[in-house]
Design a protein around this ligand. Structure first.
Ligand SMILES: *Cc1c(COP(=O)(O)O)cnc(C)c1O
Length: 222
């Protein structure tokens, strides 16, 4: 079996039934994604709009593209025509922009609310209190072209299992806290990457985002 296909089946086999696997293909070439596609995989995550657009154009239309990296509002228009899910929605302004651009395309775009739980101050995401205040003012009801499907987050980058577990548990708490605002379609808790996804699954992840364990190490930055 080819290496990527082999890695994919190993990661899939390690996930409980019903867990969604997003194969994070950022920085990896179209050929690598094609290999995963040929092995039956359909859900891919990218973190840069330009790279996402180029890969979308080069690869089969059946692929479900997820935007997982920080997204500037002025870039939303490039991905709005095709993106399946934007996982990194970390501000009201971004949500409102997605609403506007999705409406222009006559689409509804699934989003996740990215919540800041990690100890590093550099990671983006909503502060929980701030998000709660925003939701209490009910603005998502006025966004018919945005479907809020759940919560996304990144744990602190550390080998200390206690810290990582605490971050994942906090994301799970947020998921349970915000679910009543949205109802049944709010079903996605996206957390866990190559080095920590088994712990994320233990803490309740319904979706994991795995890159290097499938495609190998990345040569250049995020
Ligand atoms: C790059 C990235 C991943 C995947 O990271 P790996 O360590 O390669 O599995 C997951 N989530 C986000 C938000 C990322 O930027």
């Amino acid at each position: 079996m080819l290496e990527i296909a082999c890695n994919l089946s190993r990661v899939r086999a390690s996930l409980p039934e019903g867990t969604t696997l997003v194969a994070v293909s950022k920085t990896h070439p179209v050929e690598a994604i094609r290999e995963a596609f040929d092995a039956g995989h359909r859900i891919f995550g990218e973190s840069r709009p330009q790279e996402l657009c180029a890969k979308h154009e080069a690869l089969p239309a059946e692929i479900e593209w997820h935007m997982i990296g920080h997204l500037q509002t002025n870039k939303v228009k490039y991905i709005a025509p095709f993106v399946r899910m934007i996982q990194s929605v970390d501000s009201a302004r971004l949500a409102e922009t997605i609403q506007r651009e999705a409406a222009k395309c006559g689409r509804t775009i699934d989003i996740l609310l990215e919540i800041h739980v990690a100890q590093e101050t550099t990671k983006s995401g909503w502060d929980v209190g701030e998000l709660k205040r925003y939701l209490d003012s009910a603005p998502f009801r006025e966004m018919p072209n945005v479907c809020v499907r759940g919560v996304m987050g990144i744990a602190t980058n550390t080998d200390d299992e206690t810290t990582v577990r605490r971050d994942f548990s906090e994301l799970k708490r947020c998921f349970d806290l915000f679910r009543p605002y949205f109802g049944a379609r709010f079903d996605t808790l996206s957390m866990g990457m190559s080095h920590d996804y088994p712990l994320a699954v233990e803490c309740g992840a319904t979706m994991v985002r795995v890159g290097s364990s499938i495609f190998g190490e990345r040569d250049y930055g995020e």
